[in-house]
Design a binder for this molecule. Structure first.
Ligand code: GSH
Length: 212
């Protein structure tokens, strides 16, 4: 099985299924495609009609879009353990994941993931409101080790945000910060971080803020 991903320093969507596969020790190879501007669509079109990463190739099957990929991994390789076992908890975990998948646009636009960097950034009021909402979600559910108990898809979805908050020094409540720290300390994220730190390519579009 192969997962096509973007630059590990920058590609938030790629990170999510990579974490799921790594955390659950599913065997896979990854292949990095540079997200630099020139010829990007053509390079990505080679793997999927979506012209985006991540893309999962499992035998004859090609699956694109992070959430669909994570669902496929959970069903095919984890016996459903990507989600909580309890039906109601699963519904909430799915709702929370879907919210991340389609929302938090201001955080996503204004705070690009940049694993290597430590920056100061000016944020819009809209982004600050989203950070407050993110803090509420993390603090509300994060009594266990992870958001719904055991590590799962929802935690993979929030890890890139924890990375962004570290890069830009975002202040969180103690409970939310403790959850963010657990996400970043997870062995799968440590492995991704090591790879990201070795990358040398700079994508200007994802460089925001000023060095501190
Ligand atoms: N909704 C898609 C978004 C994927 C996405 O936007 N990926 C970015 C990299 S993180 C990409 O491929 N960008 C290339 C482009 O837009 O041309 C998903 O969840 O997989």
């Amino acid at each position: 099985m192969k997962l096509i991903i973007g630059n590990q320093n920058y590609s938030t969507w790629s990170l999510r299924p990579w974490l799921l596969l790594s955390a659950f020790e599913v065997e896979f190879n990854d292949q990095v495609v540079s997200l630099r501007d020139d010829g990007l669509s053509e390079r990505l079109h080679h793997y999927s009609q979506s012209n985006k990463v991540p893309v999962l190739i499992d035998g004859d099957l090609t699956v694109w879009d992070t959430l669909a990929i994570c669902e496929y991994i959970s069903e095919s390789y984890l016996d459903g353990k990507g989600w909580p076992l309890d039906k109601n908890q699963r519904a909430l975990a799915r709702a929370t994941t879907a919210e991340m998948h389609s929302g938090f646009l201001n955080i996503r636009n204004e705070m690009p993931m940049n694993v290597k960097a430590r920056r100061k950034i000016d944020l819009s009021d809209a982004a600050k409101i989203e950070i407050g909402h993110m803090d509420d979600i993390w603090a509300m559910h994060a009594d266990g080790a992870f958001l719904f108990g055991d590590y799962g898809i929802v935690d993979c979805f929030f890890t890139p945000v924890a990375s962004r908050f570290k890069t830009y020094g975002t202040k969180l409540s103690p409970k939310a910060q403790a959850y963010a720290d657990r996400l970043l300390a997870h062995p799968a994220m440590q492995k991704w971080t090591e790879a990201a730190l070795l990358e040398t390519e700079i994508l200007p579009v994802d460089e925001a803020g000023v060095d501190i």
